[in-house]
Design a protein around this ligand. Structure first.
Ligand code: FAD
Ligand code: SIN
Length: 516
């Protein structure tokens, strides 16, 4: 099967869906998405969307907090775009029908989250991502000449004379298909599934980073992974996120004796930046040899259940009462700051290929993302990428009439690596606490799998969907581990136990790389 369109959008999260209105009406739009349209990191985002819309708040204050969290590596221009444009995008979402929570006086209700200097997080109870996704999806579906194909797992980008002109994908029936387009947007989201412990859903295997890297695009900052401190740690339950907004409302981390412990490790206590809270949890757990808990006992139970209905329901399913019980929590891989290198309009280093959202890296988050800046990033940079794609097409880019779309070979191949083992090793050796020995061990374990993948692709072996999942884990895992070994300092989400200090003399720089 060969499909043709003007704009190919890969993914159906916030970045993809905010790009769509910019291109719709200017040509045929095809959205390919791996699972159902709502699957991805946007839907489960509970906490909210940060924007300087509150009384007394300013984009400058939002920028200062973003840059402080980014630990010296934010791209100041990207931050300026994000915070200056943020309020406009919030107003637009409201005008499109997003129902953010409001205070009794009708003003937007704004939550506090870690490392913010003001209450600036807009929310829709604890289902903010779902509410935004709902509205963007309804809007995109009504726009002219927009088609969606779900259960379409994009595997590879199609290049013609150095320009990206489409992508190959596996349909839900396991058939190969090609989608050719004048411009292509990668909006495939994050890579949390590269780690055994993660808040991310099944689809978040970093496919976009892997396929862009294999196609020769530059990727950058991949050593910077954010580990969220408070995932539910109940045996047999998914690592459901206990939003930072809970601590914003007064929830406290306590040890097994019920003692609050965060100030022992961090002056900012429970609302210190995420990476610090995550490491403090592990240290306290090691010190006491006991789990760590989140306690909401000091809050009004009615308020808790009303403000956080989804989280409350999820805890109930795990046999816990969010308002009364101590909830066992621990860190889990949550967000990848690095990704496919782009400019401020989503252009990657491959002509015709754009990227936006979590898969992309503009440098807006530096070494660590400020809470609730990611939904905003998806809106702002998704829209900018859509505009740039529209302009590029208006400039007369045409699709060649014949594109040699390397059809897949016929010989089957099987990757021998065990993906579960690899994700365990990533968690153990490339997680919260890293050092040279662990990172070297991880790279040595990943290298044979990478070589096998590389030679299978060179021989045009046919892999199945499961092996493509493993391929992404191997590719992205190797990039994260390689970057982490190279960076001999600690900064933001990247902590080297053997280089525990930030080293601005040698490492106040971002490192990008391409496949050689
Ligand atoms: P996604 O929403 O992840 O969408 C990616 C899309 O690409 C999906 O449709 C997926 O199916 C598709 N896809 C992936 N691979 C392929 C492929 N090979 N072929 C075709 N399609 C593919 N950020 C905040 O700002 N506030 C929050 O409160 C917040 N809470 C969060 C809570 C959780 C549990 C998680 C996991 C993240 C949270 N984040 C939050 C981060 C934020 O939600 C994400 O970074 C953001 O939603 C990413 O949007 P996106 O459009 O880039 O990607
Ligand atoms: C949370 O609500 O704790 C997650 C927010 C985010 O990832 O920005």
């Amino acid at each position: 099967m060969e499909l043709r369109s003007d704009f190919l959008i890969i993914g159906s999260g916030i970045a993809a869906l905010r790009a769509v209105p910019e291109v719709a009406g200017h040509g045929d739009v095809l959205i390919l998405t791996k699972g159902g349209p709502e699957e991805g990191n946007t839907g489960p985002a509970p906490g909210g969307l940060a924007a300087a819309v509150g009384p007394g708040d300013t984009p400058q204050a939002h920028a200062a907090d973003t840059i402080a969290a980014g630990d010296g590596l934010c791209d100041a221009r990207a931050v300026e775009v994000l915070v200056e444009d943020g309020p406009r995008f919030v107003r637009e979402l409201i005008s499109w029908g997003v129902r953010f929570d409001r205070a009794p006086n009708g003003e937007l209700a704004l939550a506090m989250e870690a490392a913010h200097s003001a209450r600036r997080v807009l929310h829709a109870h604890d289902a903010t991502g779902r509410e935004i996704g709902r509205v963007l999806w309804e809007r995109a579906s009504r726009l002219p000449r927009v088609r969606t194909q779900d259960h379409a797992r994009v595997i590879d980008l199609v290049l013609d004379q150095g320009r990206c002109v489409g992508a190959r994908f596996l349909t839900g029936n396991g058939e190969w298909a090609t989608a050719l387009a004048r411009t292509v947007l990668l909006a495939t989201g994050g890579a949390g599934q590269v780690y055994h412990e993660t808040t991310n859903p099944h689809v978040a295997t970093g496919d976009g980073i892997a396929m862009a890297y294999r196609a020769g695009a530059a990727v950058i900052d991949l050593e910077f992974v954010q580990f969220h401190p408070t995932a539910l740690m109940v045996e047999g339950q998914p690592r459901f996120l206990l939003s930072e907004a809970l601590r914003g409302e007064g929830a406290q981390l306590v040890n097994a004796s019920g003692e609050p412990f965060m100030t022992r490790y961090e002056a900012a206590g429970d609302l210190a930046p995420r990476d610090r809270v995550s490491r403090a949890i592990v240290r306290e757990s090691r010190r006491t040899n006991q789990p760590v808990y989140l306690s909401l006992a000091q809050l009004d139970p009615d308020f808790v259940h009303q403000r956080f209905p989804l989280i409350s329901g999820m805890c109930r399913r795990a046999g816990l009462d969010l308002a009364r019980d101590r909830i066992p929590v621990g860190p889990a891989a949550h967000y990848v700051m690095g990704g496919v290198q782009t400019d401020l309009d989503g252009r990657t280093t491959i002509p015709g290929l754009f990227a936006a959202g979590e898969v992309a890296c503009t440098g807006v988050h530096g070494a660590n993302r400020l809470a609730s800046n990611s939904l905003l990033e998806g809106l702002v940079f998704g829209a900018r990428a859509g505009c740039a794609m529209r302009e590029e097409c208006a400039g007369g880019v045409t699709l060649p009439s014949h594109v040699p779309t390397a059809s897949s070979g016929t010989k089957a191949g099987r990757l021998t690596a065990d993906p579960i083992e690899l994700t365990r090793m990533m968690w153990q050796d490339v997680g919260l606490f890293r050092d040279r020995d662990g990172l070297t061990r991880a790279l040595a374990a990943l290298e044979p799998a990478w070589k096998q993948l590389d030679s299978m692709l060179a021989e045009r072996r046919v892999l199945d969907a499961q092996d493509w999942r493993t391929a992404s884990i191997v590719t992205v895992g190797r990039l994260i581990a390689g970057g982490a070994l190279r960076r001999e300092e600690s900064r933001g989400g990247h902590y080297r136990a053997d280089f525990p200090d930030r080293d601005d003399v040698h490492w106040k720089k971002r490192v990008s790389e391409k496949k050689t």
